[in-house]
Design a protein around this ligand. Structure first.
Ligand code: SAT
Ligand code: MN
Length: 606
């Protein structure tokens, strides 16, 4: 029996506005899930995959206009524009409510309205947050069942007066009397809106059924709304994977790492180290909620319960543990369907089938000039199916973080690994993160953009205030603060080939990180940070020449000066809420690089 007053009133209010043909309270059971899947297969929007090869797996094809997050249609609605800041699309709360209320009017006609109670974080954990998503998409229901803890178990947590985050979602495609449904109903791009109300802790999404636009627990709640809550409450909601790294002596270090979407977070989170005796376990692959524990250290929880990973590029080479985790009970979206009802995608490590159906539903052969899978094709799989999931992945207290990594796709200038001189220098590094854009967002691919802390599309408030929150957290953590490193697996040589092999070989860098944590006499202070000396990172067997290795850590002065100019431009955009201490870090870096009154050989800042 639902007795939460706010929920009952909200469900009634939404139903009155959106006029669904029926309302279904989702319980999260297996039977309910199967019923929805059967229904979608029958309606022609899902394909059941080969039961022997892929038991319990289904394929969906989205509309070609609805294949990724739409940052251009994603808004932060607040009373004052400066509270959203220069990096967000701001919209006046009252204005957008009026616009979207008109769109929501009757938008669920002919469809079922699902009420999906979910918990981000283990049920009942102190850091967890309860949300309720109302959606007219059964695809959203089955994805939310994998990505979150969902259904009756969550509803049972809500008492008469307890609070939750309302997340309203509609695909924006009413099914009027006599109209035939399509496989992937959605609204045209210009009427899609993904709107966040951080002041009211509320989300309204309209018009898209894909990924982060529609699975509202993920980027919308666990990052945009949670980041605003975290600032107010003194914790952190970050776009970070969490991994456990164990050395041959059996000591485990937990590492959190922020990379922009589709930069290999899932691969790193489940990586198979190539160096003997080391192992990696996964706590999470996309989001970390971190708070300061009783012992003063930073503890991280993965608020999600599943992986929503990029399929193309995922292979037994790049990520064997993900490949194994997605063999059953997995939802595939926008991959290629083989003639035996199994799936395939580019760079899967398996020869392309001689024939198949591509992500747009067309006949495909290797001679086709189009890709078989969309570059942002995804798998949705339960984290519990990952054979290297860490034993503490659902620990309500979280795991203690020893190091934080930032990174992005940078073809030049940025070294393989560079350690911050101190916390605020690390905050500076995070704030200046840049990366080549990827297919995870609709827009140009392959241009470098500043993506501070990999949070550019996910920070729910003014970026300058967010930077300041990081500085404040460092002050609270003091000498218990994790060490900060900037990594770049994506350096290219003159012919455009990646220099560093990446994937499992990244364990060599992680090993160096733990050795730095242990205070081993490695690395040296330079103008840009603490860089490994030649020999500090074991590159044996990689076939890299000494010159190439040197190149991975060389300080490209010209490149850095250009980098500084670009960071200055970005900081200017942030405006007057940019913390003075970050400007000071930028100035110090410039001085160190240009020898302006400094010794020029170290990071002493003199
Ligand atoms: O579509 S999602 O936002 O869930 C995936 C991503 O961009 O990382
Ligand atoms: Mn992500």
């Amino acid at each position: 029996m639902v007795n939460n007053k706010k929920l009952l009133a909200w469900v009634e209010e939404v139903a009155t506005l959106t006029k669904p043909k029926e309302i279904q309270w989702v319980d999260g059971s297996l039977e309910e899930n199967q019923k929805l899947l059967d229904l979608m297969v029958e309606a022609g929007s899902a394909t059941k995959l080969n039961e022997t090869e892929k038991p319990g797996c289904y394929l969906f094809r989205s509309h070609p206009s609805d294949v990724a997050r739409v940052e251009g249609r994603t808004y932060i609605a607040s009373k004052k524009q400066e509270d959203a800041g220069a990096t967000n699309n701001w919209i006046d709360s009252l204005e957008i409510k009026e616009t979207m209320t008109k769109l929501y009017n009757g938008c669920m006609e002919g469809r079922t309205m699902y009420v999906i109670p979910f918990s981000m974080g283990p049920i009942g954990a102190p850091i967890s947050k309860i949300g309720v998503e109302i959606s007219d998409s059964p695809y959203v229901v089955i994805n939310m069942r994998i990505m979150t803890r969902m259904g009756k178990v969550v509803l049972d947590q809500l008492s008469e007066d307890s609070d939750f985050i309302p997340c309203l979602h509609s695909i924006g495609s009413p099914l009027r009397e006599g109209e035939k449904d399509v496989a992937w109903p959605c609204a045209p791009i210009e009427s899609k809106y993904i709107t966040h109300f951080p002041e009211e802790r509320m989300i309204w999404s309209y018009g898209s059924g894909y990924g982060g636009n529609a699975l509202l627990g993920k980027k919308c709640l666990a990052l945009r709304i949670a980041s605003a809550q975290a600032k107010d409450e003194g914790w952190m909601a970050e776009h970070m994977l969490i991994l456990a790294l164990t050395n041959p002596e059996g000591k485990t270090y937990y590492v959190a790492a922020a990379f922009p979407s589709a930069c290999g977070k899932t691969n790193l989170a489940m990586m198979q180290p190539t160096i003997p005796g080391w192992s990696v376990k996964c706590v999470g692959d996309d989001i970390a909620w971190m708070r300061i524990g009783d012992d003063g250290r930073l503890y991280a929880v993965n608020p999600e319960a599943g992986f929503f990973g990029v399929a193309p590029g995922t292979s037994m080479d790049s990520n064997p543990n993900a490949m194994k985790a997605i063999q059953k009970n997995t939802i595939y979206t926008n991959v290629l369907l083989k003639d035996n009802n199994d799936v395939w995608w580019e760079e899967m490590g398996e020869d392309a089938p001689s024939h198949g159906i591509d992500w747009e539903g067309n006949e495909w052969t290797p001679a086709s000039d189009k890709k078989g899978a969309h570059p942002n094709a995804r798998f949705t799989a339960p984290a519990s199916q990952c054979s290297v999931i860490d034993e503490n992945w659902e620990n309500p207290a979280g795991v203690p973080i020893s190091a934080i990594l930032f990174g992005g796709r940078r073809p030049s200038t940025i070294p393989l690994v560079n350690e911050a001189l101190n916390w605020n220098h690390g905050v500076f590094m995070g704030s200046a993160t840049g990366s080549e854009t990827t297919a995870a967002n609709i827009g140009a691919v392959g241009v470098i953009r500043r993506d501070p802390f990999a949070m550019l599309p996910f920070c729910g408030y003014n970026m300058g205030d967010y930077f300041n929150h990081w500085i404040n957290m460092g002050e609270k953590l003091g000498d218990k603060a994790p060490k900060i490193f900037f990594v770049n697996w994506f350096r290219k040589d003159n012919s455009g080939k990646f220099i560093w092999p990446g994937f499992g070989e990244n364990s060599r860098v992680l090993k160096y990180v733990t050795e730095r944590i242990e205070g081993k006499n490695l690395g040296e202070e330079t103008a840009i940070g603490i860089l490994p000396k030649l020999g500090d990172i074991d590159v044996n067997g990689l076939g890299l020449s000494e010159a190439t290795v040197e190149d991975l850590f060389a300080i490209d002065k010209e490149g850095w000066l250009a980098e500084i100019t670009s960071i200055e431009e970005f900081y200017a955009k942030i405006g007057d809420r940019l913390p003075a201490r970050l400007q000071a870090e930028l100035d110090k870096l410039k001085d160190r690089l240009t020898d302006n009154g400094s010794c020029g050989c170290c990071g002493c800042g003199k």
